[in-house]
Design a protein around this ligand. Sequence first.
Ligand SMILES: [Zn+2]
Length: 144
Amino acid sequence: MSDPVIIVCPHCHAANRLPVARLAEHPTCGKCKQPLFTAAPLELDSTHFDQHLGRSGIPLLVDFWAPWCGPCRAMAPAFAEAARQLEPHFRLAKVNTEAEPHLAARFGIRSIPTLALFRNGHEIARQAGAMDTGSLVRWVNSRV
Ligand SMILES: [Zn+2]
């Protein structure tokens, strides 16, 4: 369990290499010294999306949403709770498709909310429609 894993900092987006065994020990970023896990989803825009997609050594679960979407807003607390439960084995992120239409187009997001699960830069699962925390956690764990 000493293989290193790359964790991308949710604050400064630096790639941190650390032993898997240290994941659960509340690791901090070597660059900005802030916690690498905050028990909350990370808001991602196109500036930093590819850094997380391409470098993250843990699966990345992205909630494609928009502020005008009622079901998206309703699911936000469930997604936040899922982040608390799934870290540090997953990174949860949110992409505002209204602010980031190019990201939505690039991944062919046709309805929101859409959850997409990425590992090693590749999408491995996708689910459209809102989910509660329990369903979300079960779905993610069933896909990796
Ligand atoms: Zn940092």
